[in-house]
Design a protein around this ligand. Structure first.
Ligand SMILES: NC(=O)c1ccc[n+]([C@@H]2O[C@H](COP(=O)([O-])OP(=O)(O)OC[C@H]3O[C@@H](n4cnc5c(N)ncnc54)[C@H](O)[C@@H]3O)[C@@H](O)[C@H]2O)c1
Ligand SMILES: [Zn+2]
Length: 379
């Protein structure tokens, strides 16, 4: 991590870089990033497609305008707020508008929004004229630590989430923490779960920082958020660099997501936010590990305590939903020939991947979990 020079971005800016198959991604985290030299270099003299949402323009129109000021020629594109952005019905007209506005291979797309918007923006940039340059400007905690980093892009089909997409890395990720001032508390907490996931799997120091600063983080305190955002993003970069195509190590990012995705699916993507469902998925993975010799009970208890402090909304599912969850997991697109791969925590900073867990064992654990997800005694 290097500190930015005064007079460029504010001194508190954190710079990271990520080597990836398509080149190198520069990442910038801080408050007050308009004026960053990396941004001016990316935008100057080019046709810039600025993709955002009505909600964000309303809340942060001024900040967005200042970020885009260096653009040679600006073409504004709009998509709906939230997951509705990630559809063919939205992507189709936007491709055509980009063509009509004179988009060329050397045009640039800047996506300013949460993970839904950065997923759509990455997909548009990765496919338009077989790929144009991309700047991701994430505005939610989740997008800053996860969605905007690593080159995965996608839209949804009615049949399923993230079913169509390409790998397309941004040249620059610009995470201005000033955006987070308007993020609702529930969205902050949901993003924080992903940061806790990375900390538990990869970053001992990050975990201690989150534990120490939790109340300030949940309250959206910018000073506390910056090091956590940058620390979690650094962990994601570390993983993506070592496994760009998700063949092995990158699976670690799936901790909590096997059951988490099933919970979201069975709930019809309403009732719990992604991070909240993932937190329950992490609790379940911890219960699958409880009592195994390779698992450190003190670490599992520590993680359990931290998740409890998030005061998540209750899981709106019970033992009667076990079969639906199992059916959903069996259809998981990440399941290989040998079935699901479970990412299971062992001790701080360590995990194991387990394939071929006996379905009866998972089913029994799931029934117990659904009866009482927080049963600390078993952890
Ligand atoms: N590509 C990846 O590697 C990856 C990784 C994780 C998640 N994702 C995707 O990310 C998406 C979820 O992203 P998300 O959690 O950021 O949700 P989101 O993008 O849907 O945003 C949630 C809501 O917050 C609003 N919002 C955004 N920034 C705001 C701000 N600063 N202040 C106030 N409101 C703001 C949005 O307009 C939206 O209504 C999912 O579609 C998921 O599949 C992708
Ligand atoms: Zn996630």
């Amino acid at each position: 991590l290097t500190e930015g020079a005064p007079g460029q971005a504010r001194p508190s800016a954190v710079r990271l870089s990520l080597r990836q198959p398509q080149g190198e991604t520069a990442l910038l985290f801080g408050a007050g990033l308009p004026g960053a030299p990396e941004l001016a270099a990316a935008l100057a003299g080019r046709t810039v497609f600025a993709l955002s949402t009505p909600g964000l323009r309303r809340l942060h129109g001024d900040l967005i305008a200042r970020l885009l000021a260096p653009a040679g020629r600006l073409v504004e594109l709009e998509a709906p707020d939230g997951e509705a952005a990630k559809s063919l019905e939205i992507a189709g007209p936007l491709w055509r508008r980009m063509l009509a506005a004179g988009g060329k291979r050397d045009s640039l797309l800047v996506a300013i929004g949460g993970g839904s918007l950065t997923d759509l923006g990455g997909f548009l940039a990765g496919t338009f004229l077989r790929g144009i340059d991309l700047v991701q400007a994430p505005t939610t905690l989740l997008a800053m630590v996860d969605a905007a980093i690593g080159g995965k892009t996608a839209i949804d089909l009615p049949e399923g989430k993230n079913t169509v997409g390409v790998f397309h890395h941004p040249a620059l990720v610009l995470a201005d923490t000033d955006f987070l001032s308007t993020l609702p508390a529930g969205e902050l907490r949901s993003g924080l779960v992903e940061a806790i996931k990375m900390a538990a799997m990869l970053g001992p120091e990050l975990l201690a920082k989150i534990e120490a600063d939790l109340p300030a983080l949940l309250a959206g305190d910018a000073r506390s958020l910056l090091p956590v955002v940058a620390g979690a993003a650094a962990a994601k970069c570390w993983v993506v660099e070592r496994d760009p195509n998700e063949k092995g190590l990158r699976k670690v990012l799936n901790f909590g997501h096997t059951l988490g995705h099933a919970i979201e699916g069975v709930l019809g993507f309403s009732g719990l936010r992604h991070g909240e469902a993932v937190a329950y998925g992490m609790l379940f993975a911890m219960q699958l590990q409880a009592g195994r010799p390779e698992a450190d009970p003190e670490f599992l208890a520590r993680l359990h305590r931290l998740l409890a402090r998030l005061e998540l909304p209750p899981l709106p599912l019970g033992p009667g939903d076990a079969a639906a969850l199992e059916a959903f997991m069996a259809r998981d697109k990440k399941a290989g020939e040998a079935g699901l791969t479970w990412v299971l925590p062992t001790r701080l900073g360590e995990h194991q991947l387990r394939q071929g867990l006996p379905p009866a064992e998972v089913a029994a654990a799931l029934s117990r979990f659904l009866a009482d997800p927080w049963a600390a005694a078993r952890v």
